[in-house]
Write a protein that binds this ligand. Structure first.
Ligand code: GAL
Length: 683
């Protein structure tokens, strides 16, 4: 990951759409924003027709007026390239730019993100509008950054147009060189799928089995990612030629079928994310005080941090959400807007921009509430934004601070994409990622996410005492070698069931599992089974305590490893469920199951990685703890997601930056309350 830009100070922004409002409102809006501590706005990302209402005729007067006003008033601007919403003339004249469904039905004008990345004419027209904008506004004094498009791979991350099939063939030709190599990698011998001409190959299409060759699907995900990055790269390269030095390039969101790390390396200076924690509530279910709910959103933020350690939030939820036809969510309760914004800062955001200044009165998002309501009066949400901006002034030292986590969840894109299509893999992956997150949360163990990439080096892993790589069904020799070096150097690696049974093409290997990690784990798999939902889930016993072994069980056979736990139920009762192998200065724990919150907590305690700040703080399980560190200081964020106060205890005096006093002994977090404690970083 290459973060080329960092915010010099914690900064508050909002998203503004000058084209949605009468011009008379602009000056008042901008002044009220500045009065509320908002110093940056993002504009323009859906406004193509304001610049090119008719093909090839460019006008800039509308945004000239707006940006000049911003410069006069002192508002800074992130300018969005408008390619997420091609104009009506464009899609009408060039329907080949449209994306469509698997069945070949085209997505028409009327929504957004209806284009595909590969139509040459769309690439040309996007390049042209971006070049026009970059030449015209590249040195505008109000502009501090550029956003490429909007939310790459949002709405859909699947592409089925003719242009995509043509580009897929090129991608595959480059990757495999010959059809023989492709036929071999895809196992086309099965069901007589052998290709004899590149023209016979398509992106996924409907089939009688409702299933497509799984090896093709894996390459298709890689292809979509590559297409998205190449599409954005065209814009990034143009912007770089024309924009002023010091002005950054970013974009927002984190979506599927996209290698976000490569995306940042090739196209962006810094990444931003759109944080809507109320998506994490299960709206159809009654409020469950024990569930993660909005706290669960921290999982996404940890993912963002893995791409870009000091990221920004381009869209921070500030009101109730809802399109006119779906996605209803309640208004944030008093305090919750601040809680969610601080959740972002706690996880690494140095820029927080609220979506949006005022709720739109027209269009699909009339219920996606901004800070202000349609009536434009000051309200409690604006007060919270103002107070949040004031609080950030007191957290100055946090800007640019790193995560202090010593435990990481390990992922890689091959397995991410394999799990999109492979149901066996998907179920254990989803269960374990949620389980590891929740187990770490409940034991107040800050955790990061680390992606293994071709360029990952040992030092990136050695920052962590413990790595949990739950289900690397696809293993490559490079990743196995890197993990071996990590363990030899003293790390603790935890792996789960289904490790190591596929190669990079998703073909199953004819070796005992865990394949390439067998020697490191010192164990192999003798038998395995998925659990039928009708069965009582088996469990194991670890030091006399129940160890949950949900969803899928590998029945292990220890080689050089010790057996730590044995199954206590099922037809394999008495067989090994958890082993530990000591290698070099480190060890591998091999759990023959998916990870759940309980087993994660148990294992983290066992390896002494749980509760790293337990000596200092006693917190209720319902409070989230994150830790950032910089210049010899530690910043501990405490976040109370509950509508009731949380009683905490601190054993040594610490400065509390939100309430601005020194705390020691018992102290209370108010409902939805947040505190940031700072102290010398002695751990
Ligand atoms: C984001 C998007 C915004 C707006 C918001 C509310 O995904 O970037 O443009 O649509 O959601 O739906």
């Amino acid at each position: 990951m290459t973060q080329r830009y960092q915010w010099p100070a914690l900064t508050v922004g909002t998203c503004y759409y000058p084209e949605h409002w009468p011009e008379e409102l602009w000056p008042d809006d901008l002044r009220r924003m500045l009065d509320s501590g908002i110093t940056v706005i993002r504009v323009g990302e859906f406004a193509w027709s304001k610049f090119e209402l008719h093909e090839g005729e460019f006008t800039f007067d509308f945004f000239d007026r707006f940006l000049d006003l911003c410069a006069r008033i002192g508002m800074k601007v992130i300018f969005g390239t408008p390619t997420a919403t091609p104009p009506a003339w464009l899609t009408e004249k060039y329907p080949e730019i449209l994306n469509g469904t698997l069945d070949g039905v085209l997505y028409r004008h009327g929504g957004r993100k209806h284009y595909n990345y590969n139509a040459p004419i769309y690439q040309q027209l996007c390049a042209r509008i971006v070049e026009q904008l970059a030449r015209h506004y590249g040195h505008h004094p109000a502009i501090v950054g550029w956003q490429i498009d909007n939310e790459i791979n949002c709405e859909t991350c699947d592409f089925y147009s003719e242009a995509d099939s043509a580009a897929f063939r090129e991608f595959l030709r480059e990757k495999y060189g010959t059809l023989d190599a492709l036929n071999d990698a895809w196992g086309t011998v099965f069901w007589n799928q052998t290709y004899t001409d590149w023209a016979q190959i398509y992106v996924p299409r409907p089939t009688a089995t409702h299933a497509v060759n799984p090896h093709l699907l894996l390459d298709y995900s890689r292809f979509v990612s590559d297409s998205a990055i190449r599409f954005c790269r065209i814009q990034a390269d143009i912007l770089r030629q024309h924009i002023a030095p010091g002005v950054y390039i970013t974009t927002n969101g984190l979506f599927a079928n996209l290698d976000n790390h490569r995306f940042e390396d090739e196209c962006l200076d810094v990444m931003t994310y759109d944080s809507y924690p109320s998506f994490a509530f299960e709206l159809d279910h009654p409020w469950n005080p024990g569930a993660m709910n909005d706290r669960g959103w921290s999982r996404m933020l940890a993912e963002v941090r893995s791409v870009c350690p000091h990221f920004g939030i381009m869209e921070q939820q500030s009101g109730a959400n809802g399109w006119y036809n779906r996605m209803e969510g309640p208004a944030p309760r008093p305090g919750q807007l601040t809680l969610w914004a601080m959740q972002s800062v706690a996880h690494g955001a140095d820029y927080v921009s609220f979506f949006r200044w005022r709720t739109c009165t027209v269009g699909t998002e009339i219920y996606w509430h901004g800070i202000l309501d349609y009536d434009n009066r000051d309200n409690r949400r604006l007060q919270e934004v103002r107070a949040f901006a004031d609080t950030l002034q007191r957290l100055k030292g946090v800007c640019g601070a790193d995560s202090a986590a010593r435990v990481a969840l390990v992922k890689d894109y091959d397995n991410e994409w394999d799990a999109r299509h492979d149901r066996w893999h998907q179920r254990v992956q989803q269960k374990s990622e949620a389980g590891v997150f929740e187990g770490a949360q409940r034991t107040h163990t800050p955790y990061d996410v680390v992606y293994l990439r071709e360029i990952t080096v040992l030092d990136e892993l050695r920052r962590y005492d413990v790595l949990i790589y739950p289900h690397a069904t696809i293993l490559t020799p490079d990743r196995a070698a890197l993990l071996t070096r990590y363990v030899e150097a003293g790390g603790t690696l935890m792996i789960g069931c289904r490790t190591g049974y596929k190669d990079e093409h998703g073909r199953c290997v004819m070796q005992p599992q865990p394949g390439l990690l067998r020697a490191l784990a010192g164990a192999n798999v003798r038998d395995f089974t998925f659990h039928s939902p009708a069965e009582e889930p088996p469990y194991a016993l670890l030091d006399g305590e129940r160890l949950e072994t949900p969803l899928f069980n590998d029945v292990l056979e220890a080689e050089s490893a010790m057996v730590l736990a044995r199954y206590a139920a099922g037809y394999y009762a008495g067989e090994p469920a958890l082993t530990e192998n000591r290698v070099g200065k480190g060890r591998v724990l091999y759990l023959g199951a998916a990870f759940c919150p309980e087993s994660t907590a148990q294992l983290l305690r066992r390896v002494k990685a749980a509760e790293p700040y337990g000596q200092l703080l006693r917190l209720p399980e319902t409070v989230e703890l994150t830790a950032r560190r910089k210049d010899g200081r530690l910043y501990l964020f405490l976040l109370n997601y509950q509508p009731v106060p949380a009683e905490c205890r601190i054993h040594a005096p610490a400065q509390a930056l939100v309430r601005q006093e020194t705390v020691q002994g018992a102290f209370t977090l108010p409902p939805y309350g947040v505190e940031v404690l700072t102290m010398e970083d002695s751990l």
